[in-house]
Design a protein around this ligand. Structure first.
Ligand SMILES: [Zn+2]
Length: 116
């Protein structure tokens, strides 16, 4: 699942938007090269003081059945963090004030939070 070509994002495309709020964006992505499905969770926190909004993004490989459940609404986007159990996910953290995001592999269950 953790194929090198997924780092580049070249082959990974948006398949279906699940939630598209300004501070909480969840989508199903699909790799055009190997057909692997992913869920992408993006959370943003407005920094009213310094205008450096904190942004966090998690990309987790999911099965086709899990992608179908998300699209059909059988799986809440708030619950996808539980799917991380036993899997690696690509995490991008860009806290307020940082010059650039830190991108790294995480593993296990992760929290899904709605930004503001
Ligand atoms: Zn792929």
């Amino acid at each position: 699942m953790a194929q090198a070509h997924h780092f580049s994002r070249d082959g990974v495309r948006l398949e279906r938007m699940i939630r598209d709020d300004s501070h909480f964006i969840v989508s199903v992505q699909r790799c055009g090269l190997c057909s692997q499905a992913f869920v992408s969770v993006f959370t943003e926190y407005i920094d009213w003081v310094a205008s450096q909004d904190a942004q966090y993004r998690t990309v987790l490989p999911i099965t086709d059945a899990e992608a179908d459940d998300l699209v059909a609404g059988r799986l809440s986007p708030h619950r996808v963090g539980a799917l991380g159990d036993g899997r690696r996910h690509l995490q991008s953290d860009w806290p307020s004030g940082a010059e650039e995001p830190s991108v790294y592999w995480g593993s296990g269950v992760f929290g899904v939070r709605v930004g503001y």
